[in-house]
Design a protein around this ligand. Structure first.
Ligand code: UTP
Length: 287
């Protein structure tokens, strides 16, 4: 069965980015002039996904608005002759079908995914976290979908991290069975480095079979009192085969301040209208 839907949970509080996120959803903070969430939705579109399901929370309505029509604004821009921007706004509104469901209380990522159960139904689906931007030739989620299409089993994105950073991630135990493809035995949420089963960390791209929902429904709270997706993945890996994909591409953790700055600089350097100016500025400041 084809992977047609992507769940993007956006109900987190974004405490690492306070005070900016007191009223502005962190997913709308721009990397240059594009809200970070738009890069993630574009990645889904580029991978052939047909529908986005946002799991939203209080104060996050403006994320849906960003992907909606804005006739009054378009009219004003049109009257002022800014037809290029009208086209840009129309393209965003027409990118993809968007629906949403509320997570009333932020009880954890696993719980957020469970909230999308009825909208996903009984089919495989992608989960994409807006905290992770991946700049790659083949969209990161497409790299996972390609493995899913072959194996028809869940696939999660992996990245090797230094041992001193494993405690910040979900980590896998497993074997590399082909270049960049791992067979996963189990997953552990944020282990201390001495107990980490590997340095292969799970980052925010997943293609999951619908069996995960029943697991999450029954799952008690884990680390931090939250329903952890990683704990659900460990259960799923016991029931069925599960694969990991050490994707190709550069990943930016924009939920973290330094990651956000890195992404801003990297994406600015990719822009023809900014590259020369930013490079000259960087050179002048480090001299
Ligand atoms: P994080 O744990 O990074 O959370 O969640 P956060 O709350 O957004 O940010 P910080 O750590 O307080 O700064 C990873 C992803 O899961 C979503 C978040 O929106 C983020 O995309 N999430 C997390 C939910 O949708 N609901 C939750 O209950 C928890």
């Amino acid at each position: 069965m084809k992977v047609k839907k992507a769940v993007i949970p956006v109900a987190g509080l974004g405490t690492r980015f306070l005070p900016a996120t007191k009223t502005v959803p962190k997913e709308l903070l721009p990397i240059v002039d594009i809200p970070s969430i738009q890069y993630v939705v574009q990645e889904a579109v580029d991978a052939g996904i047909e529908e986005i399901i946002f799991v939203t929370g209080r104060g996050k309505d403006s994320i849906e608005d960003h992907f909606d029509e804005a006739p009054e604004l378009e009219q004003i821009l049109s009257n002022r002759g800014n037809h290029e921007m009208v086209k840009t706004l129309r393209r965003i509104a027409e990118m993809i079908e968007v629906v949403s469901v509320r997570q009333k209380v932020p009880l954890g990522l696993g719980h957020a995914v469970l909230c999308a159960r009825d909208l996903v139904g009984d089919e495989p689906f992608a989960v994409m976290l807006a905290d992770d931007l991946v700049d790659s030739e083949v969209p990161c989620i497409k790299q996972l979908v390609d493995i899913y299409n072959r194996e028809e089993e869940s696939v999660i994105a992996l990245m090797q991290v230094p041992l001193e950073e494993v405690h910040q991630y979900g980590v896998i135990k497993g074997q590399e069975i082909e270049p960049r493809i791992f067979r996963i035995e189990t997953t552990v949420e944020k282990p201390v480095s001495s107990e980490a089963p590997s340095r292969m960390a799970i980052i925010g791209r997943y293609v999951l079979r619908p069996e995960i929902f029943e697991i999450l429904r029954k799952q008690p709270p884990g680390r931090g009192g939250e329903i952890q997706l990683t704990d659900g993945l460990a259960q799923l890996a016991q029931q069925r085969k599960m694969f990991g994909c050490a994707f190709t591409g550069e990943r930016y953790d924009i939920g973290d301040k330094f990651g956000f700055v890195r992404a801003t600089v990297a994406y600015a350097l990719k822009r023809a209208d900014l590259r020369d100016k930013v490079l000259a500025y960087l050179k002048s400041t480090i001299q």
